[in-house]
Design a protein around this ligand. Structure first.
Ligand code: CTP
Ligand code: MG
Length: 226
């Protein structure tokens, strides 16, 4: 089986509050999406990467000139729909049920190739597949509508899910179709089939740029790596 990467980049970045979609915000001189794709391009076992854009995207060509990834304007109203559009595009380009797909958020631009390698090593001989994740360090609170604590949640077995998430194309497609637009990651859909994806520890640096202050953090981390 071959290994493909699929990068959903069709969101609007509402919570980040930038002037445009966050995947095009400049981080250290390059759009966030360029950093994300560079990390995946540095993983030789990935045969090809497909970027999923919104049909309305008019920024990609100017922002990422000379990009060698495949591009498809098949994004949908939710992340899950964008991923399903990308999986269908991979099939059109020759991918089959047994091929592996690494789904990775465009917004996780601090990805390191070695974390991807660790995920592939852990999953390529696994029946189910898995995801990068980080054990939760903070004490977890459930809160009510008035922002008052309703419960303290035992954190000891809790992990924060990240991406990439690595599953076989046929299975992850069936799983997402069954769960619909509500799935916020691939693993939750695969879990709903009664399967138990493998958790592979990465780093807190693999966070998802979500809020305005996250751009500052991403800039500092990238500057420190240079
Ligand atoms: N994404 C997508 N299609 C959507 C929604 C999200 O491809 N309809 C992508 C985003 O571009 C992002 C990844 O999924 O790379 C993770 O989603 P998120 O961080 O929620 O990004 P946005 O949806 O853009 O941000 P927000 O939820 O704040 O609007
Ligand atoms: Mg979103």
């Amino acid at each position: 089986p071959r290994l493909f990467a699929l990068v959903p980049a069709a969101g609007i970045g509402e919570r980040a509050g930038a002037a445009g979609p966050k995947q095009y915000v400049d981080i250290g001189g390059l759009p966030m999406l360029a950093h994300t794709l560079a990390a995946l391009a540095a993983v030789p076992r990935i045969a090809q990467t497909l970027v999923v854009l919104s049909p309305a995207d008019d920024r990609f060509e100017a922002a990422l000139p000379g990009c060698t990834a495949w591009v498809a304007r098949v994004g949908g109203a939710s992340r899950a729909e964008s991923v399903l559009g990308g999986l269908a595009e991979l099939r059109r380009r020759g991918a089959t049920d047994d091929d592996w797909v690494l789904v990775h958020d465009a917004a996780r631009c601090l990805l390191r190739p070695e974390w991807v390698d660790a995920l592939i090593d852990a999953c390529e001989h696994d029946d189910v597949g898995g995801l990068l994740a980080q054990p939760v360090a903070d004490t977890l609170k459930a809160g009510d509508a008035d922002s008052r604590v309703s419960a303290t949640v035992d954190r000891r077995d809790k992990w924060a899910a990240q991406t990439p998430q690595m599953f076989r194309l046929g299975r992850v497609e069936r799983a997402l179709q069954a769960m619909g637009a509500a799935a916020t990651d691939e693993a939750s859909a695969v879990e709903a089939l009664g399967l138990r994806p493998r958790l592979v520890r990465a780093s807190m640096e693999n966070f998802k740029v979500t809020w305005p202050e996250d751009f500052t953090l991403a800039n500092r981390l990238l500057a420190a790596r240079r």
